[in-house]
Design a protein around this ligand. Structure first.
Ligand code: GLU
Length: 554
């Protein structure tokens, strides 16, 4: 009669190494007390999801702030869902947000660190060693059920209103005689490997999650698949082997994995591996028609991080927003520490929301606006230029054509105690400042401008035509405005609104009307950035040129 060892040797004849060998190959890390080893473990199934960036941000912060190690592991065992090249592009997108792993998968050609390989499809030997051990101790077995048989089983369980799945008395090959299993394998019958659970779904287990606190969970009794027909392991099994041998101290992952945690705990215990701590992070949700739901890849553009990059939300605005979701005390800390780097904030698990976090794009915009307003014009210009190079080529060309002017434009009303907060994203900038560019200005329909209807056209022409001669670029903003008042007086305009209101008959209007005429003449619009700076940036001759062109069309 054959034994478990014979079965294990038949299935994995090429595996001679043991778990002990692996323990030696991947020794405990020599880190200081309290240092966390965390990981981000994406599957290469497409774009970087906003929720994944959130998880990754939290994971990397916990490692960094504790002086530990943050690594990336590519979970590519689901070959059907894999999208080629997406692993490396995920890592690249993370680097845009300055999330750089200390070790791990970088691309299919490159990895860093001595706990690898960091791509699951390259770790087959490890999984096989562990599975071979499980078979040897009678805690894993081959299952020869076909897809049809499993579908039948599901139907039967539904009809009997039983818990669905492959467990206990429904686990057909659980107690299959070893000799018969060996015969089937020798015969070439297809099979997969299942874990043999010793749990009972009538039992509860206690568990402490770093975020969710103390939990009571139903014990696992499912004989889950650990090795698929294609020779690759399933997530449940692979992540566990990896987290153990990569010496993860705290597993930070989405709360959607909480329901399968009992499986993972049973596997850890069966293998005698020390359990890592777990922190199940809130899922990012959205409210639609009063109903909360997960951000959806299909329906919500904001589910993809690339959306924010394309739109030109500054990365610091987006990351800070995610930090506000991560910890409820982040915003209060930020208000007190505006001069600090946001990474000086120490994240903690106990300040993390327990329920799904609601995604609020208006808040991303607000935070971005705040932060962009306090950037130096030179720094912001560089950010915008970098963004435009990829996402708005014609804007990029305009910027590099005259970078000094672009910086001057961004500097309008910036060097103040309370700078203007006009822009939430880089793509907001061009529409506001486009009039500075002569070709854009030329294309404005000058016959259809929003002149004040109370002002007759002759007055407008008169006021505008003499203006450029009165410009004195050496005046500061206040004195310039005083000079505008003086200029207006000569044409019968009151110095201010109050004076005009008190005696409307005596005046054609007030200095504000003069400013509006100039604004419309120079920008084509009633609303624009600060006129004083516009005049400075355009310069006297361009102001004159624009006024002449306007006058022709009034
Ligand atoms: N590969 C899993 C996913 O993409 C990772 C879950 C985990 O972090 O353990 O959802």
């Amino acid at each position: 009669m054959a034994n478990y060892k014979d079965l294990a040797d038949l299935i994995f004849p090429h595996i001679n190494n043991t778990i002990e060998d692996l323990e030696k190959r991947y020794p405990e890390r020599n880190l200081k007390e309290g240092a966390e080893v965390t990981r981000f473990a994406p599957s290469p199934t497409g774009f970087l999801h906003t929720g994944s960036l959130f998880t990754c941000l939290v994971s990397s912060r916990f490692a960094k702030q504790s002086g530990g190690v943050f690594y990336i592991r590519l979970e590519d065992t689901d070959t059907k869902r894999e999208i080629e090249g997406s692993g490396a592009s995920l890592v690249e997108q993370l680097s845009v947000f300055d999330i750089i792993p200390d070790e791990g998968y970088i691309s299919d050609e490159k990895e860093i660190g001595s706990y690898g390989p960091y791509k699951q499809s390259d770790r087959k030997e490890l999984y096989e060693i562990v599975i071979k051990h499980l078979i040897e101790i009678g805690r894993a077995y081959p299952c020869f059920c076909s897809a049809e048989e499993l579908a039948e089983l599901r139907k039967e369980q539904e009809a009997k209103k039983e818990i669905p799945g492959y467990y206990g008395k429904y686990a057909k090959y659980r107690d299959f005689p070893i000799d018969d299993a060996i015969a089937k394998i020798k015969n070439g019958d297809p099979y997969i490997i299942r874990f043999k659970s010793m749990g009972d779904h009538n039992n509860k287990i206690s568990f402490h999650d770093e975020i969710k606190g103390d939990l009571e969970l139903t014990q696992n009794d499912q004989d889950i698949v650990i090795l698929k027909g294609d020779g690759l392991p399933t997530y449940h099994f692979a992540h566990l082997v990896d987290d153990h041998f990569m010496r993860t101290t705290v597993v930070t992952r989405g709360e959607e994995w909480l329901s399968s945690l009992p499986i993972h705990l049973e596997l850890f215990d069966t293998l005698g591996f020390k359990r890592p701590r777990y922190a199940h992070l809130p899922v990012i949700m959205k409210v639609e028609d009063g109903i909360r739901r997960k951000l959806s890849k299909r329906k919500d553009p904001e589910a993809a991080v690339s959306y924010f990059l394309e739109q030109g939300y500054p990365k610091y605005g987006f990351i800070e927003y995610l930090l506000t979701i991560a910890n409820s005390n982040y915003e209060a800390w930020r208000d007190e520490n505006l001069d600090k780097d946001f990474y000086d904030f120490k994240l903690s698990f106990d300040k993390m929301g327990v329920d799904g976090a609601l995604f609020d794009i208006a808040k991303v915009a607000n935070i971005s606006k705040e932060r962009m307003a306090y950037k130096k014009a030179e720094d912001l210009a560089l950010e915008v230029k970098t963004w435009a190079k990829t996402y708005d080529k014609s804007f990029y060309d305009r910027i590099i054509n005259n970078e000094k002017q672009f910086i001057d434009i961004l500097n309008i009303d910036r060097q103040k105690e309370k700078p203007r907060k006009d822009y939430a994203k880089y793509s907001d900038i061009y529409p506001v400042i486009a009039f500075f560019y002569d070709d854009v200005y030329k294309a404005i329909d000058k016959t259809n401008l929003e002149w004040n209807p109370a002002m007759d056209k002759e007055t407008i022409k008169e006021v505008l035509s003499g203006y450029s001669k009165s410009i004195d670029l050496s005046l500061d903003e206040e004195n310039w405005f005083n000079s505008l008042k003086e200029y207006g007086k000569a044409y019968g305009f009151a110095a201010d609104k109050k004076e005009w209101k008190a005696n409307k008959e005596a005046f054609k209007g007030h200095s504000g009307d003069i400013a509006e005429m100039l604004r419309i003449a120079l920008t084509g619009r009633k609303n624009s950035p600060n006129l004083y700076f516009i005049i400075h940036i355009l310069g006297v001759s361009k102001v004159e040129e624009r006024i002449q062109e306007i006058i022709k069309n009034i």
